[in-house]
Design a protein around this ligand. Structure first.
Ligand code: 3HC
Length: 308
């Protein structure tokens, strides 16, 4: 594939495959976005993982276990997509641990009650679905195909969270208060998952031109608000934004100003749980080193034996 063929592939909404010619910038952007996405899935196991041993019933424990295991699988899927571009997952993990690569800001907030598990499923996985469904049409083949499988599992994640909250909202006043408290803490950080506003998004223009991204940050954020408001009403919770109001002219929900300084603080490492999340990831990586070494030794031995 040459530059002209690459441009034609993008223009025709066709897929770029790992062995095709691609601009260095395209490869770099894809590794950056896929790695960040993979890191987000793996770090994203921690907030809810803290509640697996404290789930209120065997059913809730089994559901939560399945969800957290899914996130691990999503991460491994995405690291494999990054490897088709020549990235090395060990190197990507080191970049994450050393703060040279990012993961989603949303996972730097604490999970203070079991209602947080439901709100993460409803709002955080809901935001992920808004963001990831268009990525099923991303121009890079392995990434788009990974998204198709991941999105199917995300819809289970969102439904289990919403069902958990519906159950709690039908419970005691204390349980309803627990849900509202969690909504108050997670609503604004979930809006920040979509990235900075379009006029402060250095990567969007090029990513849209290469059809890596199919919608801008603000477009997806608006889609998410429009989806979430009726769901909040059905649940019986109040979203913590006094400026939320239906705009007939726009055909969308208007919402209040987002505190972008908070997003910048959390992205730069100054969120409530950044240090904890990275320390947990560093320890898991070092505790698991012997498994990787044993697997590599076994594979090498196996190759020796199999060699003619
Ligand atoms: N958290 C951390 N970093 C963020 C961020 C956030 N919420 N929003 C933006 N950033 C970073 C970007 O990575 C970029 O930094 P970089 O150039 O060093 O990578 C910088 O801020 C500027 O942002 P841009 O809008 O210019 O960057 P992008 O064009 O990459 O857009 C994005 C950001 C919308 C997050 C895009 O990267 C994307 O769609 N990524 C894939 C989806 C993803 O990663 N989702 C994260 C959640 S995964 C998840 O929710 C798992 C689910 O199971 C719960």
């Amino acid at each position: 594939m040459t530059e002209a063929v690459f441009a034609e592939t993008i223009a025709k909404d066709q897929r770029v495959e790992p062995r095709d010619w691609m601009p260095d910038g395209y490869r770099k952007t894809m590794i950056r976005q896929i790695a960040q996405h993979a890191h987000s899935e793996i770090i994203g196991m921690q907030p809810e993982g803290e509640w697996i041993t404290r789930a209120p019933s065997l059913r809730r424990k089994a559901i939560l276990l399945a969800k957290v295991q899914d996130e691990a699988g999503h991460g491994l899927y995405l690291y494999s997509a990054a490897e088709t571009l020549g990235a090395d997952r060990g190197d990507l993990t080191r970049r994450l641990i050393e703060g040279r690569q990012k993961y989603s800001s949303i996972f730097n907030y604490p999970t203070l009650s079991f209602a947080d598990v439901g709100v993460i499923g409803w709002l955080v996985d809901g935001a992920a679905i808004c963001n990831q469904v268009p990525l099923c049409r991303s121009s890079f083949g392995p990434y788009a195909r990974a998204m198709i499988r991941i999105c199917k599992e995300e819809s289970f994640h969102q439904r289990q969270g919403y069902e958990l909250l519906m159950t709690m909202m039908g419970g005691t006043q204390a349980q309803r208060d627990m849900v509202q408290d969690a909504v108050n803490r997670w609503w604004w950080p979930s809006l920040m998952m979509f990235g900075p506003p379009d006029d402060q998004s250095p990567n969007s223009a090029q990513s849209m031109a290469w059809k890596i991204k199919r919608h801008t940050n603000d477009e997806l954020r608006q889609r998410y608000v429009d989806m979430s408001v009726p769901q909040a009403e059905a649940l019986g919770v109040t979203l913590p934004d006094p400026d939320l109001s239906w705009n007939d002219e726009r055909g969308h929900w208007d919402f209040g100003a987002i505190d972008w300084s908070e997003l910048q603080r959390v992205i730069s490492g100054d969120g409530p749980c950044n240090a904890l999340r990275i320390e947990n990831r560093r320890r898991a990586d070092s505790d698991g080193a012997w498994v990787r070494e044993a697997a590599a030794a076994h594979a090498a031995r196996h190759q020796e034996v199999a060699a003619p």
